[in-house]
Design a protein around this ligand. Structure first.
Ligand code: 3NM
Ligand code: MG
Length: 523
């Protein structure tokens, strides 16, 4: 069987075609823009009209060698000689459709739950349509919106099978990058395509709309391919520390504005640390100002520490606009394992936006990853609680498509390929409140500085790249090296003087200090 390219899967919606454009013109332009599959979906047409639309669609699709799929109606598919059918949960069972259709016909099934995905696989579906990912105006939904994290869970049902998957429901070029990055199973199974109606059909420029989707998808596929090929690259500690030193220098010149939504326990010291490393904090939480701030800030920190329900909307919008304006987001799911509210909150936020860096201690990241690994106390010589922290952070970074920072006596930072372990830091860091939260501010500041001045193409993500990796490493090194300096060089009597000593040290720490005192190991 020929492999079908599901990447830009157009579902028709004749009623949405804007005035002044015919259905046929809109369809043809969409195909010119890079649509790879067309499904004719007619919810009210009589059989005769459906057949005539399907036949017209087939003629146009054939010009572009694009397969044609008919929604629901086996008879219509047979009548026009379509390439396949798409079945809803209430439509004809797959086995019966398979009997009626010619051999090799494509059969796709709409799935809302993981169980439905598994059933579709068992019944011999060629692909599943998983949705609705987001809210949609196009169809009145009868089952729950599942979010990108939910798509990831449903993709687990496809692991080890050749069944393909597209996501559907509210997908736009604006949220496509997040959709693709977020919709990944724990073992890295990603989407084969996205199905859209309104983004293309309701557009006055369906060609441009399809081109945009296609371009983002191709960039994603390229990234996937590269990730699969490049299991590890050899980077040297010398080169990494060179980049770190440059960034410590750069942040003083750039002075990036860093938007921080953090908990009220640490807000003041986080703002002071941000200033001390050479950046400027803005600690705003009002939803109405989030878009304006995303435009002017170099980066965003979201820390859920003391977040209350009324604060969630600000965090949602801040991240949404940070993604939109391509600003890096550092996400700190503080105490995620402590309550269901926090867990649901984290899920809700990551359903909406893509983090560039996720940081946490062993307990937090274990809860976040949903690992069953028991965090036994004090048995682990690396002190992180994980038996194999290197593999853990690498795997989680791959799954989340972002940089992971696992904090502990040794900090582990991964971009999904390499892992940098940092063994700097004085134990007294554990004796002041919020040293982890401060680290988040520090990392956000250096990520903002790292991305400063890089031109960002809308279709291209620069949210998760080498600059962010170096930003995370630099933020961690600067804070941990400074803690050692503060203890050694100042008259630190205890945690109180340590905090002020730390801020003073951050203020004066040079690129050379960081470079010469860094203790890093690369895996
Ligand atoms: N099926 P738009 S959502 C046809 O959840 C369809 O199964 C869905 O349209 C499902 O891209 C949907 O305009 C409509 O949001 C998708
Ligand atoms: Mg149906």
């Amino acid at each position: 069987m020929v492999d079908i390219d599901y990447s830009v899967y157009l579902v028709t919606g004749r009623e949405l075609v804007p005035p002044g454009k015919t259905y046929a013109d809109s369809l043809e332009e969409a195909l010119q823009g890079g649509v790879t599959v067309v499904q004719v979906r007619e919810k009210t047409a009589d059989t005769g009209e459906f057949i005539s639309i399907a036949a017209q669609t087939k003629t146009i699709c054939q010009k572009y060698y694009v397969p044609l799929i008919i929604n629901d109606r086996i008879d219509v598919a047979l009548a026009v000689g379509a390439d396949g059918v798409h079945l809803g949960q209430e439509d004809m069972p797959i086995a019966q459709a398979r009997q009626l259709l010619p051999s090799g016909a494509i059969i796709g099934v709409s799935c809302n739950t993981r169980e439905q995905v598994e059933e579709a696989v068992k019944a011999g579906a060629d692909y599943v349509g998983i949705g609705a990912v987001y809210g949609t105006q196009t169809k009145s939904l009868t089952s729950p919106i599942i979010g990108v994290r939910g798509v990831g869970v449903r993709l687990e049902g496809l692991e080890g099978t050749g069944v393909k998957a597209v996501a559907i429901g509210g997908i736009k070029s604006e949220n496509l990058w997040r959709t693709l990055h977020g919709s990944v199973s724990r073992n890295g199974r990603a989407l084969d395509g996205v199905a859209v109606v309104s983004e293309i059909v309701a557009s006055n420029e369906p060609k441009a709309a399809a081109e945009k989707l296609s371009k983002v998808f191709k960039a994603f596929q390229w990234e996937q391919l590269r990730a699969a090929q490049v299991q590890s690259t050899t980077i040297s500690a010398h080169d990494v520390l060179g980049d770190v030193a440059n960034l410590v220098h750069k942040i003083r010149n750039v002075g990036p504005l860093v938007h921080q939504i953090t908990n009220h326990v640490v807000a003041t010291q986080s703002a002071n640390v941000t200033l001390a490393v050479g950046a400027s904090p803005i600690m705003a939480t009002e939803p109405a100002e989030m878009e304006d701030l995303a435009k002017i800030c170099g980066g965003l920190l979201v820390n859920i520490g003391t977040m209350v329900a009324s604060g969630v909307e600000g965090a949602r919008l801040a991240g949404y606009y940070a993604n939109k304006y391509r600003k890096p987001i550092v996400f700190d799911p503080v105490g995620i394992g402590a309550s269901n509210f926090r867990k649901e909150n984290v899920k809700g936020l990551l359903d909406l936006w893509q983090a560039s860096v996720i940081k946490g201690n062993a307990g937090e990241l274990a809860a976040f990853a949903g690992t069953t690994e028991v965090l036994s106390k004090g048995v682990d010589s690396v002190g992180s609680g994980f038996k194999d922290p290197v593999s853990f952070v690498r795997g989680l970074a791959r799954k989340e498509r972002c940089v992971i920072v696992l904090t502990g006596a040794t900090d582990y930072i991964s971009n999904g390929t390499n892992v940098v372990a940092i063994s700097n830091g004085d134990p007294i860091l554990g004796k002041i409140t919020g040293s982890g939260c401060i680290l988040g501010s520090c990392i956000a500041s250096f990520c903002a500085a790292a991305l400063h001045g890089t031109e960002v193409d809308f279709e291209e993500s620069r949210l998760v790249d080498d600059a962010v990796f170096i930003g995370a490493i630099t933020g961690t090194l600067v804070l941990t090296v400074a803690s050692e300096f503060a203890v050694k060089k100042r008259q630190v009597g205890g945690p109180g003087t340590f905090l002020s000593g730390l801020i003073d040290t951050l203020w004066t720490l040079s690129a050379g200090d960081v470079r010469s005192h860094a203790r890093i190991q690369i895996y």
